[in-house]
Design a protein around this ligand. Structure first.
Ligand code: IPM
Ligand code: MN
Length: 348
């Protein structure tokens, strides 16, 4: 029986995760859910963010994690969010941050003369190194001579495995191209490693078109001609930035889902949105990104058909305007899930 750790976390995370679980329970009776007490409340109660035992428990005893959101105004340092989310990404080596960009409803398209057929690609964001490792330091802090160094770490192993994952995905899914994005015209060491590794791995997949864009050009091209992209692979920070741009291309952060994946090991699924403290607790949050993330979790567990059904049901729900106020509807959160479950019923 697959074991799923639930980390609702903070703010609207606590509301949307139970909605995603309703959808999972509708589709499967073999999932064993365990609630994890992690987040701002726990931190404020006993000062712990991500205990080592919990990390090992998740690593050893679970198949997947479904996380809501982390971030709370009562914890301005955000230390718990870093320890829990970045902690799991790094310590569980969830090296693929998979972020699909797919426009499900044409009315949310922010670009003139583009539609759902133009916005359908996935970003493979490297998730375990780059500028996120915290390697660096400060010298003469707080003085006029202060120096701050943030080192970007790129390992051959880390770069190769994310690039390979992107090509494998393109191969399996019948996608035509993989675009690698870096800044090798300015960053001569780390991004030269990306260049060489990309060429070597691409040569193993001659039937997939491999091309490269500098990241500044990539942001222009995502807006000018998004239809040219199938799979984009890039480093941790650039992936963070371009996937927020991607979220807007598909209708906003309320519809963006993601997976933090290590194939064959416990992996983490989460909506890209945050905890939205200003609307938390009112029952008006949009549950669809959490539900789409639950769909990605199903795909990871080997249920691609059910994942597809969830996505189709979300599409129907959006197109019928069975949505919350934030997307222009007049439903409350649980009513959106009710509608989605009905739409899912007609998918099956
Ligand atoms: C994301 C977030 C995180 C990131 C933050 C909260 C550290 O923006 O998941 O995209 O930068 O990875
Ligand atoms: Mn981000």
């Amino acid at each position: 029986m697959p074991r799923i750790a639930l980390i609702p976390g903070d703010g609207i995370g606590q509301e949307v995760i139970p909605e995603a679980v309703r959808v999972l329970n509708e589709l499967r009776s073999d999932l064993d859910f365990v609630d994890m007490d992690l987040g701002a409340d726990r931190y404020l109660r006993d000062g712990t963010t991500m205990p080592d035992e919990t990390m090992s428990d998740i690593r050893d005893n679970y198949d997947a994690v479904l996380l809501g959101a982390l971030g709370d105004p009562r914890v301005p340092s955000n230390v718990h969010a870093r320890d829990i989310l970045l902690g799991m990404r790094f310590q569980l080596e969830l090296y693929i941050n998979l972020r699909p960009v797919q426009l499900l409803d044409p009315r949310f398209c922010p670009l003139k003369d583009k539609g759902p057929e133009d916005m359908d690609f996935v970003v493979f964001r490297e998730n375990t190194e780059g500028l996120y490792t915290g390697i660096g330091g400060q010298f003469k802090r707080g003085t006029p001579d202060e120096v701050a160094i943030e080192a970007e770490m790129n390992t051959r192993k880390g770069v190769e495995r994310i690039i390979r994952a992107a090509f494998e995905y393109a191969d399996e899914q019948g996608r035509e191209s993989v675009c690698m994005s870096d800044k090798s015209n300015a960053m001569r060491h780390g991004h030269d490693l990306w260049q060489r590794t990309f060429k070597e791995v691409a040569a193993e997949y001659p039937h997939i078109r491999a091309f490269h864009l500098f990241v500044d050009v990539l942001t222009m091209e995502m807006v000018r001609a998004p239809e040219q992209f199938d799979v984009i692979v890039t480093n941790n920070l650039f992936g963070d930035i371009v996937t927020d741009l991607g979220a807007q291309l598909q209708g906003g952060i309320g519809l963006a889902a993601s997976g933090n994946i290590h194939p064959g090991q416990v992996s983490l699924f989460e909506p890209v949105h945050g905890s939205a403290p200003t609307i938390a607790g009112q029952g008006i949050a949009n549950p669809l990104a959490a539900i789409l993330s639950a769909g990605m979790l199903l795909e990871f567990l080997g249920h691609a058909d059910q994942a597809k059904a969830v996505q189709n049901a979300v599409r129907t729900t959006l197109q019928a305007n069975q949505v919350t106020a934030e997307l222009g509807g007049d439903l409350r959160m649980t009513q959106v899930t009710d509608a989605l479950l009905r739409n899912l019923g007609s998918e099956l």
